[in-house]
Design a protein around this ligand. Structure first.
Ligand SMILES: *Cc1c(COP(=O)(O)O)cnc(C)c1O
Length: 359
C-alpha cells in the first residue's frame, strides 16, 4: 500500500509516472538502453528533452520570445545567479520578503548588490502579502522579485503586480502548473522541479529573451544565462533522470486537464482541509485568509503536545510529512498536483476525528 504523501518536497509523484519509469528504466522504448545511461548529446535524450520543453511551453502558454530550459543547482542557485546577472552597479533590486524563501533570495542578492525590501512582514510572522496594486518598483530598479508561493509559510500570491518596464521575476517552485499563469507579465519564472513537476535535480528557467541584453557580460560560464539560453540548458551535463521524470509528469498533467485541470484539483483538495480549519476553533490557520496557499496548508493546534500527537497518529495511519517546517513549527499539509483527492479526504476525516477525540 502506498503511503499518503504530504511532504513539501521532494514530494508525491503520479503513480502512473513511477510505473512508467519502472517499465522503461532498463530499456527505453525498445532502444536497448536506459534513458539514464544515454549520452545527453545523443538523439534519445535530445528527442525526449525537446518534447519536454515543448510540452512545458504549451501547458504554461509560454510566448515565443521566451527561452525555456532546465539547469542543475536547485532553485537556490538562482538566488545567486539572478542578482549576478541583473543587479548591476548603480541599480537596486526590489524584493518582497514574504517568508523563508524570498528572505533567502534577498539575503543572497544583498551580497551582490543593493536590495530594497519594499515589503517585509517579519513582525507579522510572514502571514500576509502586500496588495499587488500598491506595488511600485524603485526608480532605478533592475528587477522586482517575489516568491509566488511560500512553501514553508503557506502563503500564495493570487494576483501579481504590474511593474511596467521593470522586469518581474518570480520563484514558482511550489506552485508551478498548479494554476494557469500569464507568463507575459513576468521577465523570468523559475523553480526547482521537485514539488510539482518531477523528481529532484532540475531547475526550470523561463526567461524573456531580451533579458539577456541587460545582463552582466563578465560572468563565469555557468553563471551566464546567455550561455544556457544558447545551449537550451545543455552547456554541461543536465540532470537527465530528473528531466525524464518531468517529461512524464507533464504528459500526466496534459492528460488531466492541463493548468486549468490542476487548478480545479487544487481548489477542490484545499477546500476539503480549509473547510475543516474554518469550521473549528480547534484548528487554526495563521495565514491571512486572502492569501492562503492551495499547495501548502499550514495550521496549528491548541498546544504543541497536541501537534506532536497529531503527527504521530497520522504517521501511524500512513499519512506522511504533516509536521511543519522546523523553522516555524506547527503542521503543514502539502497538496501538490499529484496528490490524489482520496488522500486529502483521508486527511480531512482524520482531522475531524482527531478534533472529536482531543478537542
Ligand atoms: C524548495 C524551494 C526552494 C529551494 O529549492 P532547491 O531546489 O532545494 O534549491 C526555493 N524556493 C521555493 C519557493 C521552494 O519551495
Amino acid at each position: 500500500m502506498r503511503k499518503k504523501n504530504f511532504f513539501a518536497g521532494p514530494s508525491v509523484l503520479p503513480v502512473e509516472v513511477l510505473e512508467e519509469i519502472r517499465d522503461q528504466i532498463v530499456d527505453y522504448e525498445g532502444q536497448g538502453l536506459s534513458m539514464i545511461e544515454a549520452s545527453h548529446r545523443g538523439g534519445m535524450f535530445e528527442d525526449m528533452y525537446d518534447e519536454c520543453l515543448l510540452k512545458f511551453r504549451k501547458l504554461l502558454g509560454v510566448p515565443d520570445d521566451y527561452d525555456v530550459y532546465f539547469l542543475g543547482g536547485g532553485a537556490t542557485l538562482q538566488f545567486t545567479m539572478i542578482p549576478m546577472n541583473f543587479l548591476l552597479p548603480g541599480t537596486v533590486a526590489d524584493y518582497a520578503k514574504t517568508g523563508s524563501w524570498s528572505n533567502k533570495a534577498a539575503s543572497d542578492a544583498s551580497k551582490i548588490g543593493k536590495v530594497n525590501a519594499f515589503f517585509d512582514d517579519k513582525e507579522g510572522g510572514y502571514t500576509t502579502l502586500p496588495d499587488p496594486k500598491s506595488i511600485k518598483p524603485s526608480e532605478n530598479s533592475s528587477y522586482l522579485y517575489l516568491c509566488s508561493n511560500e512553501t514553508i509559510g503557506g502563503i500564495e500570491w493570487q494576483e501579481f503586480p504590474d511593474t511596467g518596464s521593470v522586469p518581474l521575476i518570480a520563484d514558482m517552485s511550489s506552485d508551478i502548473l498548479s494554476r494557469p499563469v500569464d507568463v507575459a507579465k513576468f521577465a523570468m519564472i523559475y523553480g526547482g522541479v521537485q514539488k510539482n513537476l518531477g523528481p529532484a535535480g532540475a531547475t526550470f528557467i523561463i526567461m524573456r529573451h531580451d533579458m539577456l541584453e541587460r545582463r552582466n557580460e563578465n560572468l563565469t560560464a555557468y553563471m551566464d544565462y546567455a550561455l544556457h539560453a544558447k545551449n537550451k540548458g545543455l552547456y554541461n551535463t543536465p540532470p537527465v533522470f530528473s528531466i525524464w521524470g518531468v517529461k512524464l509528469v507533464l504528459d500526466w498533467v496534459e492528460k488531466n486537464g492541463g493548468a486549468e485541470g490542476m487548478l480545479k484539483r487544487a481548489e477542490e483538495k484545499s477546500a476539503l482541509i480549509y473547510s475543516v480549519i474554518d469550521s473549528s476553533s480547534f484548528f487554526r490557520s495563521p495565514v491571512d485568509k486572502r492569501y492562503r496557499s492551495r499547495m501548502n496548508i499550514v495550521f496549528r493546534l491548541p498546544t504543541e503536545e497536541l501537534e506532536k500527537k497529531f503527527v504521530a497518529e497520522s504517521t501511524a495511519l500512513g499519512m506522511l510529512g504533516l509536521k511543519g517546517h522546523r523553522s516555524v513549527g506547527g503542521l503543514r499539509a502539502s497538496l501538490y498536483n499529484a496528490l490524489p483527492y482520496e488522500d486529502v479526504v483521508a486527511l480531512r476525516d482524520f482531522m475531524v476525528e482527531f478534533e472529536r477525540k482531543n478537542g
